[in-house]
Design a protein around this ligand. Structure first.
Ligand code: SF4
Ligand code: SF4
Length: 369
């Protein structure tokens, strides 16, 4: 594929490619913002990379959840995402969705998909859910192996079909690791065959249970190759391939001359703590699902006060990043993945360790992790 061909592809698909309509604005995006509430850490699967496994404390109540929803609605037409654990394990999930959708917000859900029967899909739609993201990390046993439960792959396929049958839009989340890298072409083909409109290809951040498999994280050199693969593959398929936990993908496209940066699209790069806020089941507010550093707790302060006053969020908004991210010409449109920085150094403002585009450019193959 030539640069010109990919540029043409992006130009042709620009509206859907960058539409702010997905489950999760993810890691290179723009306003409006996104409030993500992990309603429970309970789950029926045992994923090797589960980011929430270490969270403790009592789940927020239905009333506390209503309070979060009311406060989030004051931020404007934001996206409100329910996630977990497995959010469908909460008995009050339909009430929560219905309440959220009574406000002017896009209401979406990230689920492992295995509990979605036809009846569940009908209830989700009736409650006002706009779309659901489901995870597929491999085909058949490869998925079941990473997810820790036999039959999970068949169950998620059934869940996707059930959503499709009731007109509930779905998209895929796929964890990208050394262990399942060879599955990517098959997953992308499946998504294209199912006419899905996007896959979030999520870099493994070594938090929660993921710490035990940190060796499966792509190195800098592997991440470079992954970007080349995604950009190349994009030309063949209709489903939009969106790298997540990799805000430098847009910078990469610019660096390669595949986009010109003058098309009116403004990227904020990593949105953690800037337009994206995560609430853990116990009420802790953090910048991102993969960044378990607490800015406050909604049982102690109001969500909006935390968003406004937290020193962590102020530093992230001011993009006080360090190392090669501080001096990088792409700092404002990328900023580096703050979760990856935190997971590898303990400092959420540290440089992104797998990026080669800033001062890290030219580091040897395999360095940077
Ligand atoms: S050096 Fe940092 S800010 Fe620059 S492109 Fe890489 S991750 Fe983004
Ligand atoms: S911290 Fe990483 S995963 Fe979270 S929004 Fe930023 S780039 Fe994405």
């Amino acid at each position: 594929m030539s640069a010109g061909e990919l540029r043409n592809w992006i130009e042709k698909h620009k509206d859907e490619t960058f539409a702010n309509d997905a489950v999760g604005t993810g890691c290179f995006s723009y306003l409006p913002g996104e409030v993500v509430w992990a309603v429970t850490k309970r789950c029926n699967l045992k994923c090797k990379h589960c980011s929430i496994a270490e969270v403790s404390g009592e789940e927020l109540t239905t009333e506390e959840g209503f309070g979060i929803i009311e406060e989030a609605a004051k931020l404007g037409h934001v996206k409100f995402a329910f996630t977990g654990g497995e959010p469908l394990l909460r008995d009050d999930i339909y009430d929560l969705i219905e309440y959220a959708s009574s406000f002017d917000m896009q209401v979406v859900m990230a689920t492992n998909g295995t509990l979605i029967t036809k009846e569940v899909a009908v209830e989700l739609k009736k409650a006002g859910l706009e779309r659901a993201a489901m995870s597929i990390d491999g085909i058949g046993n490869a998925h079941d192996d990473l997810r820790g439960v036999n039959g999970a792959f068949e169950d998620v396929l059934r869940g996707m079909k059930a959503c499709g049958d009731v007109g509930l839009a779905t998209q895929l989340f796929t964890m990208v690791t050394r262990d399942n890298y060879s599955e990517l072409p098959k997953i992308i083909k499946l998504a294209d065959d199912l006419s899905l409109w996007r896959i979030y290809l999520i870099y493994l951040i070594a938090v929660g249970r993921g710490k035990a498999i940190s060796e499966a994280c792509l190195s800098m050199a592997e991440n470079m190759k992954f970007f080349d693969y995604v950009a190349d593959k994009q030309k063949e398929v209709n489903v939009w391939l969106k790298p997540i936990c990799n805000p430098q993908y847009w910078a990469y496209l610019l660096d390669k001359g595949l986009v010109d940066g003058e098309d009116g699209i403004e990227f904020t790069g990593c949105t953690a703590g800037i337009t994206r806020f995560h609430i853990f089941p116990n009420g802790d507010v953090t910048p991102c699902a993969y960044l378990p550093a607490k800015a406050g707790n909604i049982r102690e302060d109001s969500f909006l006060d935390i968003v406004r006053d937290s020193e962590m969020f102020k530093a992230l908004r001011a993009r006080k990043v360090k190392g090669h991210c501080a001096t990088c010409k792409y700092k404002q449109i990328c900023g580096g993945c703050r979760s990856r920085a935190y997971a590898t150094s303990g400092d959420y403002l540290a440089e992104d360790p797998v990026c080669w585009l800033g001062d890290g450019k030219g580091k040897g193959e395999g360095e940077g992790r």
